[in-house]
Design a protein around this ligand. Structure first.
Ligand code: ITT
Length: 193
């Protein structure tokens, strides 16, 4: 079975290929308006935009970072939180937003947050299902590390001392929201649909 991934994010595609090792995975750039209120709604919208051949299944990942003190923001708008949405702009804007609500005095305190990833899968029958992965942790006040993308330089998962951007890719994938969702997907793919 071949897996087609609806994404225009090459970092995501790279991680997905790594986690789904053993499957034939290819990316296809999609241009859909991600205006859903939930990760699931956006993931379903993206996966529906792909046309499938009989030996293919399609998947789409909608993900983002939800910060407690920001009422869950940037959430579904994580990709567009800063302009242009470079990792540096996203991380610095997030740190500024947290400082605004908590005050500079909160430096060093843990800013509870979670990364969420919803994967929508479309089978050749047309049936669509979703799986979800969550990684809890905290946002720190400076950028650390040089790997990864998006908010990786400011996110420290629970139980760790390093940001995602300081970890080897395999270590991030073991803990990450995407790794968790894709391991659920693997189980789903083993069942008859
Ligand atoms: P596609 O929709 O084309 O797949 P996208 O980057 O627009 O690509 P999303 O709409 O799902 O994807 O937005 C997810 C954003 O959340 C992403 O651009 C990052 O800024 C952030 N994000 C998601 N997963 C992340 C991760 O593992 N590490 C760092 N940031 C992440």
């Amino acid at each position: 079975m071949k897996i087609l991934v609806a994404t225009s994010n090459k970092h995501k595609l790279h991680e997905i290929k790594h986690i789904l090792k053993g499957y034939k995975v290819n990316g296809q750039v999609t241009r859909v308006k991600e205006n859903g209120q939930t990760f699931a709604a956006n993931a379903i919208k993206k996966v529906k935009s792909l046309k499938l051949k009989p030996d293919q299944i399609a998947i789409a990942d909608d993900s983002g970072l939800m910060v407690d003190c920001l009422g869950g923001r940037p959430g579904v708008k994580s990709a567009r939180f800063a302009t242009p949405p470079t990792a540096k702009n996203l991380c610095l804007k997030l740190i500024r937003a947290i400082n605004l609500v908590k005050g500079q005095g909160a430096r060093g305190k843990k800013n509870l947050a979670r990364f969420v990833c919803v994967i929508a899968v479309k089978f050749p029958s047309g049936k669509i299902k979703t799986v979800k992965g969550v990684c809890r942790g905290g946002v720190i006040h400076e950028m650390c590390g040089c790997r990864g993308f998006g908010y990786d330089q400011v996110f420290v998962p629970d139980g760790c001392k390093k940001t995602f951007a300081e970890m080897a890719p395999a270590a991030k994938n073991r803990l990450s929201h995407r790794g968790r969702a894709l391991r659920k997907l693997k189980k789903l793919l083993k069942q008859k649909q």
